[in-house]
Design a protein around this ligand. Structure first.
Ligand code: HEC
Ligand code: HEC
Ligand code: HEC
Ligand code: HEC
Ligand code: HEC
Ligand code: HEC
Ligand code: HEC
Length: 318
């Protein structure tokens, strides 16, 4: 099982590398002012003129300050210039030291109270985040940007074209970007990072589960009012029961599968049947409408049989 995981990690590693190579070519697509920033922040290395030694110098970029320019052009904020969110003083290098102290924008600074984005329910999401384990532990240090990269974020679950697998992978990546990354994790805390593989070893076939369900399926309450619940509960309250998912009344219907359900409600196939025809299949969680009809016909047939039998008996007696 672990071997497979290593293969997957190696594969992902090469994907990231090839992405970075494409990223360097793709900077031409950025606006001129963004290209200026991306010259340094889009690469692993940057060059500048050192005015003290009066020489050109080449240095390594801090990996956490590298912006993936391909992802940037695909994200919802692609039309933005860097300076829309960062001070224009960043134009000079070395950056002025006091810029480090500058507060960064939060999602609500722009999206709060804006009718255009009301359907995303930013305010409700903020309340849920405020009540999550992370906020309780780390306060303002744990903002929206810990999970959402403003430089690349684009909605996945909401996108009608997303397959369940894509939703699972994208959403889990938001948690794993930290829970599987010691240096990001330890910005927040000195505690040893729990090893996910061992804390979840009660779950059989872990890899399969992590490919088919999201972390938030088990770690947030079921809610009807919000598309993606943001209230991460303490670990004691996480879903532990197999039957919560593997049953006709699966919680997945109110969570992961609600997206497909929403998409299909307008079609005429009907919920259970669409689930059955769909990839979204969990043992025991489905009912097939044809099986239902057949069993109804059989039941009806049995009643008619009995009725004929009684009728014949009455006729014979006469
Ligand atoms: C000549 C290369 C170079 C250019 C051009 C450049 N930066 Fe930087 N930037 C850096 C380096 C190196 C750092 C790492 C911290 C430092 O050395 O100040 C950095 C750090 C940053 C940080 C993090 C500051 C912190 O510590 O919190 C931000 C934000 C930033 N740059 C934004 C920008 C923006 C926006 C632009 C374009 C307007 C830009 N940079 C242009 C090299 C550059
Ligand atoms: C929609 C707003 C937005 C835009 C546009 C934007 N940024 Fe950022 N950027 C942020 C926020 C918010 C953070 C802080 C993230 C955090 O707290 O971890 C950030 C962080 C950074 C950092 C790392 C600093 C750190 O503390 O981790 C760098 C470097 C950076 N941005 C560079 C850029 C560059 C270069 C561009 C343009 C190509 C750009 N940003 C465009 C909002 C934006
Ligand atoms: C500096 C202001 C600013 C910040 C900060 C910001 N946004 Fe945006 N966002 C915008 C604007 C403006 C648009 C519209 C862009 C366009 O139409 O090209 C947008 C677009 C979006 C969209 C697409 C909306 C649609 O239906 O087209 C989503 C989703 C979104 N933002 C989410 C977020 C999230 C999540 C955060 C925080 C992690 C965030 N934004 C932070 C200004 C901001
Ligand atoms: C612990 C991680 C985490 C934090 C913190 C977080 N989010 Fe999210 N958020 C997610 C995940 C996962 C999704 C699902 C992404 C997808 O599939 O589109 C999401 C989706 C969203 C969406 C899209 C919902 C929709 O209906 O399409 C918005 C808007 C959003 N978050 C806003 C916020 C705001 C605002 C904050 C801060 C107050 C925040 N998020 C903090 C993990 C997080
Ligand atoms: C099938 C349900 C399920 C899924 C899916 C799941 N978890 Fe968990 N998780 C649990 C349960 C139950 C516990 C509590 C385990 C215990 O009490 O030992 C837990 C514990 C944890 C803990 C606390 C570990 C500790 O020892 O402090 C973290 C962190 C965590 N999960 C993160 C994640 C992340 C990240 C994902 C997605 C990659 C995920 N979980 C997916 C059910 C799940
Ligand atoms: C930026 C880092 C970061 C991200 C992103 C993140 N977490 Fe965490 N998470 C932490 C840290 C640090 C802790 C330890 C909290 C503590 O020490 O009390 C934690 C704790 C937890 C716990 C255990 C809570 C408990 O009761 O002990 C769970 C469950 C959890 N996270 C789930 C998630 C899920 C699900 C996501 C994605 C939606 C996510 N986390 C995203 C850093 C992160
Ligand atoms: C959060 C929901 C959830 C929970 C909780 C959960 N499962 Fe699953 N399980 C799934 C999904 C989704 C699949 C993938 C079904 C598929 O497409 O093959 C799956 C697959 C499986 C499979 C593999 C079936 C196959 O086709 O190979 C087994 C075995 C299994 N689960 C057993 C368990 C057991 C035992 C527990 C409790 C310890 C459990 N599951 C808890 C959602 C869940």
């Amino acid at each position: 099982m672990r071997n497979k995981l290593v293969y997957i990690l190696v594969f992902l590693f090469f994907q990231v590398i090839s992405f970075k190579l494409i990223a360097q070519e793709d900077q031409a697509n950025l606006s001129k002012s963004n290209r200026h920033c991306a010259n340094c922040h889009g690469n692993k290395y940057y060059s500048f003129f050192n005015s003290v030694t009066e020489q050109d110098q080449r240095k390594r970029m801090n990996p956490f300050f590298i912006i993936d320019t391909v992802a940037y052009k695909q994200g919802v904020h692609r039309e933005f210039s860097c300076e829309d969110c960062h001070a224009s003083e960043y134009n000079t290098y070395p950056h002025a030291p006091e810029l480090k102290l500058e507060p960064k924008f939060s999602c609500l600074d722009c999206h709060g109270g804006d009718e255009t984005y009301a359907h995303y329910q930013f305010e409700d999401i903020e309340i849920e985040v405020d009540n999550s384990v992370h906020k309780n532990a780390f306060g303002f240090q744990f903002g929206c940007a810990q999970c959402h990269d403003l430089h690349s974020y684009k909605p996945v679950a909401r996108n009608k074209k997303s397959l369940i697998k894509e939703i699972v992978s994208a959403d889990n990546q938001m948690c794993l970007s930290c829970h599987n990354n010691l240096s990001k994790y330890q910005i927040l805390t000195d505690h040893t990072k729990p090893e996910l593989l061992s804390t979840h070893d009660w779950l059989p076939n872990q890899e399969l589960h992590f490919m088919h369900v999201r972390c938030i399926e088990c770690h947030t309450p079921v809610t009807d009012t919000i598309m993606v619940s943001h209230k991460i509960l303490p670990k004691e309250k996480a879903v532990h029961l197999c039957s919560d998912c593997h049953s006709t009344n699966s919680i997945l219907r109110g969570k992961l599968y609600k997206y497909t359900a929403k998409q299909l409600r307008s079609t005429e196939k009907g919920f259970y049947n669409s689930m059955f025809l769909n990839e979204a299949y969990v043992i025991g969680a489905n009912r097939n409408i044809y099986l239902n009809i057949i069993s109804l016909i059989m039941l009806g047939g049995a009643f008619i049989g009995i009725a004929i039998h009684i009728a014949l008996r009455i006729i014979k007696k006469k």
